[in-house]
Design a protein around this ligand. Sequence first.
Ligand SMILES: [Zn+2]
Length: 111
Amino acid sequence: MHIRRNDVVEIVTGAEKGRRGRVLQVMESKNKVVVEGVRQVWKHVRPSQKNQRGGRIQIELPIDASNVMLTCPNRECKRFEKTVRVASKTGGDGSKQRVCRVCGAEIPKVL
Ligand SMILES: [Zn+2]
């Protein structure tokens, strides 16, 4: 999986296709991601210490990582800001990089 926390991804299939959001959580073992504002549902909660009134809160459900794609950050790329497939490359210092398959530009990690 190429997706990392805080990446901005685009939904490429399903009802929310075309929507973009920040990745809140990556579940590597399940190959799922939680994307801000995508697949939001209301969850009913009992009153607790933290939330004394209980009621409803809005949360996002995980979606399959294969349903989201990264976008290319390179202005020169013909797929700039559009969804691209990602390749892995090992950098000069041995660290793994994610690169756009179209132009080869690195897709930086967001901290
Ligand atoms: Zn590119």
